[in-house]
Ligand binder design. Structure first.
Ligand SMILES: O=C(O)CCC(=O)C1=CC=C[C@@H](O)[C@@H]1C(=O)O
Ligand SMILES: [Mg+2]
Length: 365
């Protein structure tokens, strides 16, 4: 990717970058029930960089307990950005927030949006220098609920053209979850790709038992069945060769790519740019795991329009990306501004305007 070095090379113009941030709070339509607890609102900070010509770059930090630094640590990191920019430019500012992934995500996204906007190129092309991409495939995200509610939600997704659904499991007994998946498969037919995400809730025995039924029900991916620490356990599940891919999400944050590869713990990894420190970090990880034969899946942490759109551009910069967890706008009851990403037949239509393609989000604009 072009990097903040481009901006540093432009120093002069960038000596006068102005950084600012605004807090926000977004309610969800209804809580997303996960095995790690419900997510009912998302609080964070919208950030903005303005250069001497008035060109703007937006970023978003939406900390999520368990996944990123706390809101207080995030805000403290954002406070360090302006002085660091004045001292040493964009690289120094990124270094000042290096240990706070949500804050770094916000700043690096604002820098990338600014630079892509200056180059009059959509963010995904600035990131990847690749071909024009019109759309990226996305999955519907379905929280815990009764078998009837789960299968009805999957059916609605199918009617809207989604060809992949991810179901949250792990809040009820294994048998009850398997019943939900059985009913869902019956409701959507065999064309729909199904994934399940247990958010670390299962024991090894439960996961092993589950795999047999999941394979019978043609579930494509089982995400984070065991606690993040259980690297060998995930490797053992993979060794069963059930036909169901094992994906690591929390486990990637805990162990990193090298350790996962060493023991062969994953067929796929879930990359949440806002929990990894930025779309630049996530993109490098995606390229690295692809080389190693592991599939990257891009998702959000149920964020506002700025971070979500950044994740769509990231997915568009990755060749042959499988369905990604990017259809999360509809889980929110409100947003920071107009969504430039249309969802059409199970795909996100990638904005082709310059930069992120997000505007009108700053409170006094
Ligand atoms: O991947 C998706 O379909 C949407 C994002 C998603 O599922 C998650 C977002 C935030 C927190 C988590 O509970 C969850 C996940 O574990 O992947
Ligand atoms: Mg997950």
């Amino acid at each position: 990717m072009n990097s903040d070095r481009d901006l540093d090379a432009d120093r002069g113009a960038d000596d006068t970058l102005e950084f600012d941030y605004q807090p926000f709070s977004l309610a969800l339509e209804e809580p997303l029930e996960t095995a790690a607890g419900p997510i009912d609102a998302r609080e964070g900070f919208l950030v903005r960089l303005v250069d001497i010509d008035g060109t703007i770059g937006y970023g978003e930090a939406t900390p999520l307990p368990g996944w990123t630094e706390s809101e207080a640590d995030c805000e403290a990191a954002l406070e360090r950005v302006q002085p660091a920019l004045e001292e040493g430019g964009p690289s120094a500012a990124l270094e000042a927030v290096d240990q706070q992934v949500a804050a770094r995500h916000a700043l690096s996204l604002a820098l990338a949006d600014l630079q892509a906007t200056r180059q009059s190129t959509p963010l995904y092309r600035y990131l990847g220098n690749g071909p024009m991409i019109g759309r990226v495939p996305v999955n519907a995200t379905i929280g815990d609920g009764s078998p009837a509610a789960t299968s009805a939600a999957a059916r609605r997704a199918s009617d809207r053209g989604f060809s992949c659904c991810k179901l949250k499991v792990g809040l009820r007994s294994l048998e009850a979850d398997l019943e939900r998946i059985r009913e869902t498969r019956a409701a959507v037919g065999e064309e729909m790709a199904l994934r399940v995400d247990a958010n670390e809730a299962w024991s090894y025995d439960e996961a092993e038992r589950a795999l047999e039924t999941l394979a019978d029900l043609d579930v494509a991916v089982l995400e984070q069945p065991l606690p993040a620490g259980a690297l060998e356990g995930h490797a053992d599940l993979r060794a069963q060769q059930s036909g169901v891919d094992i994906a690591l999400d929390e486990g990637l944050l805990e162990h990193g790519v090298d350790n996962i590869c060493e023991v062969g713990a994953a067929d796929a990894v879930v990359l949440k740019p806002m929990a990894l420190g930025g779309i630049d970090v996530a993109r490098k990880l995606a390229a690295w795991v692809t080389e190693l034969g592991i599939t990257p899946i891009i998702t959000t942490t149920i964020d506002g329009v700025v971070a979500r759109t950044g994740a769509v551009h990231l997915a568009a910069a990755i060749p042959d990306i499988p369905p990604c967890g990017l259809a999360t706008a509809e889980l929110l009851a409100e947003d920071l501004g107009r969504d430039p990403v249309l969802l059409e037949k199970g795909a996100a239509v990638v904005p082709q305007a310059k930069g992120l393609g997000v505007d009108g989000v700053w409170a006094d604009e």
